[in-house]
Structure formats: structure tokens, C-alpha cells
Design a protein around this ligand. Sequence first.
Ligand code: ADP
Length: 151
Amino acid sequence: FTGKTGSELLTEKIKKFKVHEYQSVPIVVKESVSVYDAISTMFLEDVGTLFVVDEHACLTGVLSRKDLLRASIGKQDLNNIPVHIIMTRMPNITICRKDDLLLDVAKQLINKQIDGIPVIKDTETGLEVVGRITKTTITKAFVELIMDEHL
Ligand code: ADP
């Protein structure tokens, strides 16, 4: 018996969660797609954040719901605005890697006040987008943890 309390054990467990154990599939669009098509993709894929990639599938930007809403106010033709005009772009994007601690990524979501963070893999051509961590990921991890405790 270790002498540790239940809550100490629980805390130790949470602190070991890694990004790759919880990441989900990223939904990406190319820089050249229109704002209109990005909105369609967001609905069809049922996500709140899209990651924008170049021809090498490397990260160049992020599109949130509000980015797309903002671009939709006004009289512009959404078919004629490419997403690279309105996206939040590198190097101002918060990223994470598969071996990062989930807790550190959760803190980033709070501190930066964002809904999602891309999981990237370093390649010769840039940062390849291989997954995503969102507020939903953290909610799922939280519920799973509590449910497992009661098995
Ligand atoms: P919304 O704008 O729909 O509330 P977010 O809170 O996720 O969604 O996004 C707020 C702003 O931060 C947007 O302009 C978005 O482009 C940007 N953003 C979203 N995710 C990231 C990220 N991982 N790194 C940097 N900026 C981001």
C-alpha cells in the first residue's frame, strides 16, 4: 500500500495523459478554398475549427466559426474570398505534439481562449497536421476518467 489517497492517485493519473491517447482526426482545407466552401466543410464535418494547409499538407492557418462569421458579414461574394485572407496564420498558431501532456494542452485552450489546437508532426517541409485536441476532447477525457473510477 502506497499510503496515497484516492485523490492523489487520480491526480497522478491525469498528469500522465498524453495527447496521442486522446487526439481526434483533424479536418483540414487548402489555403485556396473559398470562405463559402470552408463554411460548407465546417457543417458537413461537424467541427468548430478547421486547419488550413499548403500543398505539402503543412499547417499555415486556423479558421474558427467566428472567423467565418466575420467574413460573412457584409456584401462580399463568399465564393471569391480565399480562406488564406481571413485565417489566423502561422506563426501565431498554438500547436501541440503527440507526446505533450493533455493537461498542458488543456491549459493552453484556457489561456489562449481558443476551442482547438492542432496536433502536428515535424517534417522536412513543415508542420504536418496529424490530429486535433478540442474542448470536446477534454470533456470526454474528464467523463472517461470519472466513469473508470467506478468500474
Ligand atoms: P471562435 O472564434 O469561433 O469563438 P476560437 O475561440 O477557437 O473560436 O477562436 C478565436 C480566435 O482564435 C479565432 O480568430 C481563431 O482563428 C483563433 N484560433 C483558433 N484556434 C487557434 C490556435 N490553435 N492558435 C491560434 N489561434 C487560434
